[in-house]
Design a binder for this molecule. Structure first.
Ligand SMILES: *Cc1c(COP(=O)(O)O)cnc(C)c1O
Length: 351
C-alpha cells in the first residue's frame, strides 16, 4: 500500500452544494451562493475570442488582470496576488504559514474550506465558536498565542450572513500583534449594504498585517472559471505569489475577469436586484415565523438544529437545493424570484 499523510484519514471532505431535480423537472440550485444570472454577452464574447489562443500557456504573472485590479482599487500592482478562485488564494495563504505547530484562528462555523486548508498545510486549526451567529472577536483575540500565525475573519460570515461592524473590527485589530497576519475574507463584499460594515481595504491601507480576499465567483458571476485575488502589502502578496502553482489562473479566467471589471456597472446592477430579493426573502421568512439573522450576503441562514436534514429534504421536494449542515442549520442562496418563491413555499410548508 502506498503510504499517505496521516492527516488525510481525519480530514473533513469538502462537500460542494448539490442540485436537485423533481420528477416534473423543477430544479433551483440555492446551495452554492452563485449568481443566478447567465454571463453577460460581453464577457462570453471575450471568452470566445480568448479561446483562439488556448494552445498557448496563460500569462503566469496575470499582468493585465493584476493591473486592472490595482487600478480599480488604487493599490500598487505589487500588492495584488491572484489564484484559481479565492479558495486557492486562501490555500496559498495557509501554505505560506503552515508548518508543525503553527496555529491559525478562525470562527466556527464559517467557510468550510478553512479546516481543510489548515489540515493540508500542516497548520493547527483553532476554531472559536460563533456567538449569536457572529464572530466572537473577544474570544478570537483571547485565543492568540505565540504560535498564532494567521487569523481568518469572514465578513460577512459564510454561512450565517452576519457581518462585523467597523468599531468592533477596529477594536479587534488593535489587539492583534502585528506579526500575525489577519485575512479579511470578503467573498460577498459587493452585497454589503450596511454602511457600518467596513470595506476591508480601509484596514489594509492602515495596517501592514491585514490583507483582503475577494473573488470573481459570486457577484461577478464567474464561479465556473475560478479566479480570486488578495490585496495585501508586498511581503504578504509576495509570499502568496511565491507559493502559487505556475499557470494556476487560466487564460480564459484572466480574460473573463478583465471583461467583468469593464462591465462592472452592469454586474453591480444585478447585485442590487439580488439585494432586493434578499430583503424580500428575509421579510417573508420572518412573516412566516422564522428567525433569520440579518444578512449582508447573497444567502440567508436558518438555524434548524436537529431538523436541518428534514428541512433540506422538504426543500428538495420543491426542487430547491439548499446547503444543510447536519445538526446546525441550512444556508439558502438568494436566486431569481421564481427560485426564491419555490424556496419560500417549501419553508412555509415545513412550518
Ligand atoms: C465562495 C467563497 C469563497 C471563494 O470562492 P472562490 O470561488 O474560490 O473564489 C471564499 N470565501 C468564502 C467565505 C466564500 O463563501
Amino acid at each position: 500500500m502506498p503510504r499517505f499523510r496521516a492527516i488525510l484519514d481525519t480530514m473533513p471532505a469538502y462537500k460542494p452544494g448539490k442540485a436537485v431535480l423533481t420528477a416534473d423537472g423543477r430544479s433551483y440550485k440555492l446551495s452554492s451562493n452563485e449568481s443566478p444570472y447567465d454571463p453577460l454577452p460581453s464577457v462570453v464574447e471575450a471568452i470566445a475570442e480568448g479561446a483562439r489562443q488556448i494552445n498557448r500557456y496563460p500569462d503566469p504573472g496575470c499582468a493585465q488582470l493584476t493591473e486592472a485590479i490595482a487600478q480599480r482599487y488604487d493599490v500598487p500592482v505589487e500588492h495584488v496576488a491572484l489564484g484559481a478562485g479565492s479558495v486557492t488564494v486562501a490555500q496559498q495563504l495557509f501554505e505560506t504559514v503552515g508548518e508543525p505547530g503553527a496555529e491559525v484562528i478562525y470562527a466556527w462555523r464559517s467557510f468550510e474550506a478553512y479546516p481543510l486548508l489548515a489540515d493540508l498545510a500542516g497548520a493547527v486549526s483553532v476554531q472559536v465558536p460563533l456567538a449569536d451567529e457572529e464572530h466572537d472577536l473577544d474570544a478570537m483575540a483571547a485565543a492568540v498565542t505565540d504560535r498564532t500565525r494567521m487569523i481568518f475573519v469572514c465578513n460577512p460570515n459564510n454561512p450565517t450572513g452576519v457581518s462585523i461592524r467597523r468599531d468592533r473590527l477596529t477594536a479587534f485589530l488593535d489587539k492583534i500583534p502585528d506579526n500575525i497576519l489577519v485575512v479579511l475574507d470578503e467573498a460577498y463584499r459587493e452585497y454589503v449594504r450596511d454602511e457600518d460594515v467596513p470595506d476591508g481595504l480601509d484596514f489594509y491601507r492602515e495596517r501592514r498585517n491585514v490583507c483582503v480576499l475577494r473573488t470573481f465567483s459570486k457577484a461577478y458571476g464567474l464561479a465556473g472559471l475560478r479566479v480570486g485575488y488578495l490585496i495585501g502589502h508586498e511581503p504578504v502578496a509576495g509570499a502568496v505569489r511565491k507559493v502559487m502553482v505556475p499557470f494556476a489562473v487560466n487564460h480564459l479566467a484572466q480574460i473573463a475577469a478583465c471583461a467583468s471589471l469593464q462591465a462592472e456597472a452592469e454586474l453591480l446592477t444585478r447585485v442590487e436586484t439580488v439585494v432586493k430579493e434578499r430583503t424580500r426573502v428575509r421579510e417573508a421568512l420572518i412573516a412566516q415565523g422564522w428567525t433569520v439573522p440579518p444578512t449582508e450576503a447573497n444567502f440567508v441562514w436558518l438555524r434548524l438544529g436537529e431538523r436541518t436534514m428534514d428541512f433540506a429534504a422538504a426543500c428538495a421536494v420543491e426542487g430547491v437545493a439548499v446547503r444543510p449542515f447536519a445538526g446546525e442549520g441550512a444556508r439558502v442562496s438568494i436566486g431569481d424570484p421564481e427560485a426564491n418563491d419555490a424556496f419560500l413555499k417549501a419553508a412555509a410548508a415545513f412550518l
